[in-house]
Design a protein around this ligand. Sequence first.
Ligand code: MG
Ligand code: MG
Length: 263
Amino acid sequence: MIFLKTEDEIELLRQSNQLVGRTLAEVAKHIKPGVTTLELDRVAEEFIRDHGAIPTFKGYPNHEGKPFPGTLCTSINDVVVHGIPGKDVLKDGDIVSVDCGVLLNGFCGDSAYTFAIGQVDPEVLELLTATKEALYLGIENAIQGKRLGDIGYSIQDHCEKQSYGVVREFVGHGIGRNMHEDPQVPNYGRRGTGTLLKRGLCIAIEPMITLGKRQVTMDNDGWTVRTRDRKQAAHFEHTVAINSGKADILSTFDFIEEVLEKR
Ligand code: MG
Ligand code: MG
């Protein structure tokens, strides 16, 4: 069932998502060679709780009911999504996708960003650029009167034209009082097909794009999703509200990019 949000609800969603953007920026300050993903997770959890919110990923059950242990998903190199924060040390040349979700005043925020650590292979940096571009192309198509397939098509087309893989097993989603609401928002599709986009629909658009083939596998921990060919993957995510004109982007990369520009 799809819930369309009122203006007031969208403002609350904006507050939650702005906090996610600020949390990711706080994390960005700590991303450098030598830091562990668990240290990043602690930074995020403290920041979220200090702002009166709850990390929504923590305790979230997987397909077997096993709770996610972290505040963040930290996915290094060939990990696509759902990497568990732990003893993994970030090193020069790595990429790390950091996904963050909060619950504030009854509404969820959800956004993700892939960071480059030190000197990263130009081919991998291009993957990051393409994935972020695909996200914004998807958002350009998130307009009242278009359909979900228009979003998926624009993302898929942009990435496959450049021979990247588009992960299909994991998708974007509706968002509101719950982190995952209907509809599912695939990163592939056919133009003019799927659910009609209506004003007030709030969705997380989150392309997960691979340098090699699109197939993924899951580790024995029941969470960590990797590319089968072990090539790198990138993940960028925004939460947006559908409008009659341009979508209203409720999350933000501005705070993150302010931190990155100071480097
Ligand atoms: Mg997310
Ligand atoms: Mg999401």
